[in-house]
Design a protein around this ligand. Sequence first.
Ligand SMILES: [Mg+2]
Length: 266
Amino acid sequence: MGRYFQISIRKFLSIYGIKKTSKLCFNNYVIYLYNYRMITFFKKTIQLALLIWFYNIPLAAEAGILNVGFDIDDTVLFSRDVFLNIPANKRNPIDYGWVNKQDERMSIFIEPTVELINYFINNGHNIYFITARSGENGKFLAKFLTKNFNIKITKNKNLFFCPKKMINGKRFTTKHLTMEKLNLDLFYGDADSDMIAALKAGVRPVRIVRHDKSVNQYGKNYFGNTLDGKSKENPFATEDLKIFYSKSVGIFGESIYPIIWNGPEQ
Ligand SMILES: [Mg+2]
């Protein structure tokens, strides 16, 4: 701005001569000084605002506190018996209003995951649960989880129900939308869709190895369906799965969490 007025003054001087333009020069000089001071003032104000903003970033981001997400079925809970016992008239589609009330009776906690969650809680990190179940009677699941952990678990606060969405005949996860809102750092899950959701949300995915006794029920969606043999959609067999385990990496590049759990008694 200042340079613009200097150039203007020179231009007028060269065209009209010094005498004719002395008044104009004076006026321009006053405007130049005024603008220079205003620009300096605004520049300093902006610099100060940026400085305050910059030093407040670490406080806003809660430096060092992780936001950690966990899937529910086959990650936190061994809930096979709930799903095996769904009454025929509540199976198609699955009545989650019924399912969400049965965990207290039929689900058991997967101990290594519980220990991991308590580790995060006891060190001051934030824990969230995200399940693909739908949310009817979700408060019963929240109550069951609360009993086991040292934090209160509440539907839509730290327990989220995110059913899959059907697109062109295939079911896709919607968990990533919640992961983004929660600004998660890590997500632990057993299913391929958990890994996909984490990747979509830019969250680090970690695979909890699903227990053998659950695979018959949930063969699908686990490194593809390893029980399906060698189909186009599910090219990985159980032997392939073991190779992944031995290298501690999954097909989406996720880490494999090495839990050792004896599983259910039966
Ligand atoms: Mg699961």
